[in-house]
Every structure is written in structure tokens, then in C-alpha cells.
Design a binder for this molecule. Structure first.
Ligand SMILES: [Ca+2]
Ligand SMILES: [Ca+2]
Length: 181
């Protein structure tokens, strides 16, 4: 069997991060669980506009994935999940989906609302993801493309695109925003 290409490997790791109940399928409930983690981790109400925006962005992505699957399906196996992501392509129109997810995640992480993620806000996010502080500086540096010591919404969006589109960087850091370490 041929070795899977880097995009497929990234998407498999994303699948594993989503399939927390190890059903070997991803369903909308798995995405809801992620949204609920933000509710708890950031002490936000379920009705908070930040949470609603995140839920809506993930819902749009999920519908896009289902649109690529066999009609009538409401859950995706790992192979279906990878194929649906690849078919969605995240070119022009579908990239708006990633843009909306980036914006929603950014808005939650930017706790003080100054339109940029500083090191403290990023450290809080890593703690939320249960990723060790030891990696924080290196990950932050890779995400901070313009080296201004802040992560902008644009930098979040670019990292998400790099994660979802074909390129051979196995360690592209955008997965961090999706719970893939
Ligand atoms: Ca901030
Ligand atoms: Ca920056």
C-alpha cells in the first residue's frame, strides 16, 4: 500500500482528534463536543455570540463535507472524511468556510478583544488543549508569520488553509486550532 500523502495524514489526525468517543465515525455530535469544550474552557454561555459563530462555522463545514458524501449519510468514516475534505477542496467558495472558522476561533481566543492573540492568550489556549508549555514558543513562532509577536486573525486563517490544502509540510501548525497537536 502506498504511503499516504501529507494532506491525507493531516486529515486522519484531524479525524482522530474529532472522533473522541472512538466510534470510528465522525458525526455532528463530535463537532458539538468541540464547541462545548470552548463553552467550558472559556467560561462562555452556550448562547454567547462567540459560541454561536463557532457552531455556525463548523456547521457550514460539516454540511460541506456531507455534500460530498453518499446522499443520506449523517456520519463519516475516516476514509469518507478524508475524501470529503479533499473533494471540498477549499478553493474559492469553500475557503470562506475556513475563513469563518478562523474568525470564530480567533474571536474566542482573543479574550481581551484587542484583535490580536498575545502570548498569554495563546498559552491559555494551549492549556485549554492540554498541550505542554514547552512547545508554546516554537508553535507561536511558526504561526506568527510577520513576526510582530502577535497572532492575527489572518495568520490563523492562513494556518487553517495550509492545514486543509495540499502541501507537503507534515508539521504545518494550523492543526493546533483544531485540536490536532
Ligand atoms: Ca488579544
Ligand atoms: Ca503576527
Amino acid at each position: 500500500m502506498a504511503t499516504a500523502d501529507p494532506l491525507t495524514r493531516r486529515l486522519r489526525r484531524l479525524f482522530a482528534a474529532l472522533d473522541t468517543d472512538e466510534e470510528r465515525y465522525v458525526t455532528w455530535e463530535n463537532y458539538q463536543r468541540i464547541v462545548n469544550r470552548y463553552v467550558n474552557g472559556y467560561e462562555l454561555a452556550e448562547s454567547d455570540t462567540k459560541i454561536k459563530a463557532l457552531e455556525r462555522a463548523y456547521w457550514a463545514q460539516w454540511l460541506g463535507l456531507l455534500a460530498q458524501a453518499t446522499p443520506g449519510r449523517d456520519r463519516l468514516s475516516q476514509d469518507e472524511f478524508v475524501a470529503a475534505h479533499r473533494a471540498a477542496g477549499y478553493g474559492a467558495q469553500a475557503s470562506q468556510v475556513l475563513e469563518d472558522i478562523a474568525q470564530a476561533i480567533f474571536t474566542v481566543l482573543d479574550v481581551d478583544g484587542d484583535k490580536r492573540i498575545n502570548r498569554d492568550e495563546f498559552a491559555r489556549y494551549l492549556a485549554f488543549c492540554e498541550i505542554s508549555d514547552g512547545d508554546a514558543a516554537a508553535i507561536f513562532q511558526r504561526l506568527d508569520l510577520d513576526r510582530d509577536a502577535f497572532i492575527s486573525q489572518r495568520e490563523v486563517a492562513r494556518s487553517l488553509r495550509a492545514f486543509h490544502l495540499y502541501n507537503d509540510d507534515l508539521n504545518t501548525p494550523g492543526g493546533i486550532f483544531l485540536g490536532v497537536s
